[in-house]
Design a protein around this ligand. Sequence first.
Ligand SMILES: *Cc1c(COP(=O)(O)O)cnc(C)c1O
Length: 392
Amino acid sequence: MEGTKKTQTIAVHGGVRRDDTFGAINQPIYMTSNYRIPTDGTPVDWSGTQSNIYARNRNVNQMVLQDKLCALTGAEDCAIFASGVAALTGIFIPFLNSGDHAVISEVCYSATNLLFRKYLPEKYKVEVTFVDSTDTDSVRAAIRPNTRLIHIETPGNPTTGISDIKSIAEIAHNAGALLSVDATFAGPICMVPLQLGADLEIHSMTKYINGHGDSLGGCVLGRKELIDQVKEIAMVNYGGILSPFNAWLIARGLVTVPMRMAQHSCTALNVARFLEESPAVRFVWYPGLESHPQHQLAKALMHNEYSGMISFDLRGDEQVHQQFLNELKLISHAVSLGDVESLIVYYNKDSDKLPHYPQIFQEGFFRFSVGLEDAEDLIDDLQHAFESCNLV
Ligand SMILES: *Cc1c(COP(=O)(O)O)cnc(C)c1O
């Protein structure tokens, strides 16, 4: 079906199995931990992921969600996990051995950062080089004979910096390493790293893929030979499996993801243009703005939709920033992103989450996830808060 149908049709029908028992149109939730196994002496592969034995090896709602994700992205295979962080460790554990070297984006999710700064080097003797991956030359310069993995995030959380996936894939493959890309900020439609040369694509499904702020989840997409290892090692034996109910919730969210990404992108561009024009704003980065430092690269990698993530800052001291958050009525101060409602988080200049570069971020800034409210209403909310803080 996927070969001939368009994206929104695939999002509706992809992965869904016909229910021949009761004729249900909606995909049922299979809340079962066990499945009947053969009693005829057929050998059972207890760690296997190719048949239904036990819900940690494979379960029906997981299969539906995996197949829908593969259909939408063109990935050969997919493994899903209980959170985005479980999906990330789901690649770091199978593909890094002690003594291997990994090159990591300096701007990346806080758990990824901590894993590579502390746990993987200290507990597992993995060598690590952090680089500014928006500068392809510094990625190239970091390669060593034992480099096995380059892991980047693009757009980067929280800056929205864009890394050149195609060139970095070439660097990885010349070095005999894998390239994994955490594309959570882009969502699954605006950009497909696998089609740009990445070996593994990761999303926190908690964000755009589910989109409704009611479930955690993570996925890894890639070639079957790689995903087989991810499933056997990280899913079955480390055990970060997603529950059937949460897989069902996320598959339901995924149905509308093409429409949502188009709307998030359009609304965010309007809001970013408003911020760019406002005298209250010290800087704004949004990959769809001509003024974004990697806008040309974003144009080349993204499908003319730039997702809903903006980073920006106000003029004014710490107290003004707190007052601004307090004045917002529609936009909530909360940590997640990619939900239907707009969420904003403030990193003050002393935050240990502050990226080390670029300089413009050093004074503190906001990470703003533009939701599906009307752009006019979001702009009114921002403008009203600017006025209350005497910023305009
Ligand atoms: C949120 C996030 C994660 C972690 O996902 P969880 O579902 O919260 O575990 C990883 N990477 C990026 C870029 C994220 O934004």
